[in-house]
Design a protein around this ligand. Sequence first.
Ligand code: ZN
Length: 167
Amino acid sequence: MTILDIRTFPDPVLREKTQVVTDFGDSLKKLLDDMFETMRHAHGIGLAAPQVGVLQQVAVIDISEDQNERIDLVNPQIVEGNGKVSSEEGCLSIPEYRDSIKRRSEVVVRAQDSQGNPFELHADGLLAICLQHEIDHLNGVLFIDHLSRLKRELFRRWFKRQQASEE
Ligand code: ZN
């Protein structure tokens, strides 16, 4: 398995739309394996294909502490969302920044596995948040897009400072 490069904000690839997967062959399985390994290596709980520069509707999630409950998501879609919850999020593509945003507290997601078999996931808690976060990535949306105007301004300032300190 290969550890892939994680693209970070403001890389434009993070803003692109992704293609529906129609080929459930070996290259998809390799992509999922590599993404899972990359996520684990970075101590993340979710990773979407655009974060490794691949514009396909593919994501992996594992919210378990031992990282042994891997979920492969191919062509995932939220078909139902209920309730609202505010929680702190971070993103492997925006290292070191965390902030609280509002999301649906429960979601129903339809997706396919690596073989193309359809399945439905009813989730709440952290898994529901993570699913929404990763599916956002497949639509070019980042969690900072959900921040209030004021918090987004704070993010911009934080990001400028980060860039300045890297120079
Ligand atoms: Zn993310």
